[in-house]
Design a protein around this ligand. Sequence first.
Ligand SMILES: Cc1ncc(COP(=O)(O)O)c(C=O)c1O
Length: 453
Amino acid sequence: MASDNYDGKHIHDRNHLNGDVISHSPKKPKLYSFITDSEIQSEFSHHDPAVARINNGSFGCCPASVIAAQQQWQLKFLRQPDHFYFNELKKGVLQSRAIIKELVNAEYVDEISIVDNATTAAAIVLQQTAWAFQQGKFQKGDVVIMLHYAYGSVKKSIEAYVSRAGGEVIEVPLPFPVSSNDEIISEFRRALERGKAEGKRVRLAVIDHVTSMPSVVIPVKELVKICREEGVDQVFVDAAHAIGCTDVDMKEIGADFYTSNLHKWFFCPPSVAFLYCLKSPRSSDLHHPVVSHEYGNGLAIESAWIGTRDYSAQLVVPAVLEFVNRFEGGIEGIKKRNHDAVVEMGEMLCKAWGTRFGSPPDMCASLIMVGLPACLGITSDSDALKLRTHLRDNFGVEVPIYYRAPKDGEVGSVTGYARISHQVYNKVDDYYTFRDAVNQLVSNGFSCALLSK
Ligand SMILES: Cc1ncc(COP(=O)(O)O)c(C=O)c1O
């Protein structure tokens, strides 16, 4: 009887006859087990050992076995490009899309396109909005609403596609530190009311699932529901961090568009993301901004050929699935353990520095905002960046720092937060290195003002 590493469980190769293990088998029983700590370290042995990398959030990571699978795809192309183009590429991309469709609980595989990254996905959605203005479907002054903490490049994209086309943009102010989903929900409702004032139409809501800086999990399901109740035309969820990091279920969330990078928390090499587009009569309006032979054949097919390039990152999704299934509970198990670990490490840091989180643990995923000692003197975005560089160059710590301006009258409050991540390769020592570096800065009387421009 063949053994199978079914559902990530330990399975012994046993020949059963009346419930007994047959003892005459010439082969030794084979034991399949979960990935071990040393196998994890070997999968990530290409990481710089001199760096405490507690910033998975920015660029993700890719294990050696997936890099090897990617190289196989690259070689397949280079060995016989024509055969690859005519016989392998479409099939391979479809296989990746089918896996993603199952993972994110979409209804149809046609709703899933594979694109380079969340930036490209945003361009696809916003380009459709710009055309609606140009074609007179939307009127000058119609509104697009977005969160104040929307990602910088997405804000630029909104400026490029929406503002230039005559649309008005409304930002939802969000509190930080934040203590409950209700604070976010009520700010969102207020902004929608402003959007609808004077009879204006809110055409698109752009909502983050996990904001980048500061990092907070947004109650997207509730916000999408409010948009539906309030007659917002379309909702785009920018969930660049989401898959592998928080719950991602297309039917539950109910947005029109939803994108997540696969190269952040889903172990793919750069660059690959999925863009979900709810099947609707307007789906045929969506096009990849890079137009090639497949124009007009549907977004998923257009996106699968945008000219000659390396498509290998899109083809390794089956290899990634194999990798994550070596962990107990697969990607769900990884996600939960990362969340628990990042909270535990964050609590250790807060205790060491006498500070607090920027949000309650249930509003964070595999990243959490940890308050830094006020005496570090972080007084601007530029200070935050300089401190980050200082930590990298002098202590081998890679961690993004967020500057939070004090409110009027606030004195001596925490103005700097570190966004720490946890991924399977992290060790407790990575966080101790960070703790000790900050403690050393504090005991040396360091202040950001001492760093040169
Ligand atoms: C919320 C959010 N949106 C969009 C992006 C852009 O992702 P990419 O650079 O992979 O396109 C990021 C990157 O960190 C992000 O955090």
